[in-house]
Design a binder for this molecule. Structure first.
Ligand SMILES: [Zn+2]
Ligand SMILES: [Zn+2]
Length: 158
């Protein structure tokens, strides 16, 4: 069970939402709030907000759903890292359950290496793209695949 007060402190940076009549409404479902609730109508809405804005809560949620097991090598361990399948640095969604998985230390280390490579490729292509035109088939005028093509093959390599 989540302690009410603690969470309000964690998410203190979010502004209170108001409806057109100036009444305070829930951050998640837009329901008008009771005077005793500061930002959410219920614990359920507060939990949704936390999962969407905190890696720790998102990780806890994913562990609850998928178990304490590495999603790559199936190792059962308490030492799991919440990794972004598509790194945030190249446009992966930060708080999407579809873009995260639980990895053991070893798999995370390997994945990080791949991420570094992909981020480097992405940066190089962004630089190249400013000078080259992308053709309809996804290649650039000098034959190098465009950004979208490179990202398209990524998930299979993971
Ligand atoms: Zn709500
Ligand atoms: Zn693993």
């Amino acid at each position: 069970m989540i302690k009410h007060r603690e969470n309000h402190q964690n998410l203190g940076s979010f502004a209170v939402k108001y409806n057109s009549e100036g009444k305070r409404i829930c951050q998640i479902c837009d329901k008008v709030l009771l005077p005793r609730c500061s930002k959410y109508c219920s614990n359920a809405c507060q939990h949704i907000m936390l999962v969407r804005h905190s890696h720790n809560f998102l990780k806890a949620e994913v562990i609850k759903e998928r178990g304490k097991v590495c999603e790559k090598c199936n190792l059962k361990t308490n030492d799991l890292i919440l990794d972004h399948k598509i790194p945030i640095a190249i446009g992966g969604e930060e708080f999407s359950k579809d873009n995260v998985w639980l990895l053991c230390k070893k798999c995370n280390k390997e994945k990080t290496k791949k991420d570094m490579f992909n981020i480097a490729v992405e940066r190089r292509i962004s630089v190249t793209q400013t000078k080259l035109e992308v053709k309809a088939d996804g290649t650039t005028t000098d034959g190098i695949p465009s950004k979208t093509k490179v990202l398209g093959i990524m998930p299979n390599e993971l």
